[in-house]
Design a binder for this molecule. Structure first.
Ligand code: MAN
Length: 373
């Protein structure tokens, strides 16, 4: 079996909200990193919180501004009854959008990757107008002993929900330095490589260009000014997907950079209870020296919604990988969002993954038995 362990590790009901007027509806899309000093794993959980109650005839839409939570009343009659996506509130007349939830990050720690002694953690709440709808989908990369938290800051830009990647750095997960915006939106899913390549920081991101959403590799001398980037070189038609994005920060291996991605496809079995899409996790191997080149890939997903907590939830049928950590020679530890509600963790048999991958421009598959991995 490719996946040897797979569990729900965090549920929203286990966490206390940052404000008594809110209830937590999601604890998902959780970035994770191993602390080299202790072997503990630090997490940045995306907490999504909705107003606990709504006045009759209204839906409250949360917003965090000037250090305070605001709940804006929207008459139910103003909402588009045709919109069936629970992730957004669409106005009937103007077509404008608000979010039904506020997101923020909760920092937690685990010694084994599956259990937590304390779920109180530290909350990173919105700061500044360009975070008014929250902080979403954090990934963590250690670069030169500094943990880099890249996340999507979200705000309302004339009725459009605008996602922009921001950066927070920390050395100890106790004090945090807000570095602000690192890419202009609409853009999401920034993952940083754990070391400079050819003297430059390297990132993968998923800018939204004319409805097309795909993975772009870009470089920077300082993490703030980036070159225009290039799409990952796709050697196989099967890899082209209109909606895919970086999942976990790339992991350095002896074969290249192992990258977990997510991909959105239309749910063929969509019924009244089912979400319109399925989100799956995939695996690519990128060239060590030129990571814009895909040198290996897995046919089909490495992980797809299967367990109850992945299939049923706030937005069902979503598996959204956000961290990939080498546990030992043979095991990868993956944390992922499940159904936009829970955090899952899985252990993947690394040798089997390599053996199942296809390799391009490399002749025959590497002899997995002989590899020192
Ligand atoms: C979006 C992401 C995530 C979310 C998925 C699935 O693409 O930004 O926040 O988990 O959709 O709903």
């Amino acid at each position: 079996m490719l996946i040897t362990r797979r569990e729900q590790i965090i549920a929203p009901g286990e966490l206390a909200p940052c404000d008594p007027r809110l209830r937590i509806v999601g604890a998902f899309n959780t970035g994770a990193v191993a602390d080299p000093a202790t072997g503990h794993i630090y997490y940045a959980v995306r907490v999504a919180a909705e107003p606990k109650a709504h006045p009759d005839g209204f839906r409250l839409a949360p917003r965090f501004q000037g250090g305070a939570l605001h709940l804006d009343p929207i008459p139910l009659s103003a909402l588009d009854p045709e919109n069936d996506d629970p992730r957004g509130l669409k106005m009937k007349d103007s077509g404008e959008w608000r979010l039904p939830f506020l997101s923020y990050l909760k920092i937690l720690k685990s010694s084994d990757g599956f259990s937590f002694d304390d779920l109180t953690g530290i909350d990173l709440l919105p700061v500044g107008n360009d975070e008014e709808y929250g902080l979403e989908d954090c990934r963590i990369t250690a670069i030169n002993g500094v943990f880099h938290l890249t996340y999507t800051a979200v705000f309302g830009d004339r009725g459009v929900v605008m996602p922009q990647p921001h950066l927070i750095t920390t050395k100890d997960f106790k004090t945090f330095d807000r570095q602000g915006k690192i890419f202009s939106g609409p853009d999401k899913n920034v993952v940083l490589f754990p070391e400079k390549i050819n003297g430059q920081y390297v990132a993968l991101h998923r800018p939204q260009q004319g409805g097309h959403a795909d993975i772009v590799l870009t470089q920077s001398p300082d993490l703030h000014s980036w070159d225009s980037g290039r799409h990952l070189t796709l050697n196989d038609e099967a890899l082209r997907g209109k909606h895919r994005g970086p999942g976990a920060p790339p992991l350095k291996t002896e074969h290249g950079w192992l990258l977990l991605t997510h991909k959105r496809t239309v749910n063929p079995n969509r019924g009244a209870q089912n979400s319109p899409f399925i989100y799956t996790g995939h695996a690519l191997m990128l060239d060590r020296e030129d990571p814009s080149k895909i040198i290996g890939w897995l046919d089909g997903p490495v992980i797809a919604p299967r367990e109850n907590f992945e299939v049923n939830g706030y937005f069902g049928n979503v598996v959204f990988p956000t961290a990939c950590i080498r546990r030992n020679k043979n095991e990868l530890y993956v944390s992922y969002g499940a159904a936009d509600e829970f955090t899952g963790a899985a252990v993947i048999d690394y040798k089997k993954l390599l053996a199942k991958m296809n390799w391009v421009n490399r002749g025959p598959k590497p002899d997995i038995g002989a590899l020192d991995i």
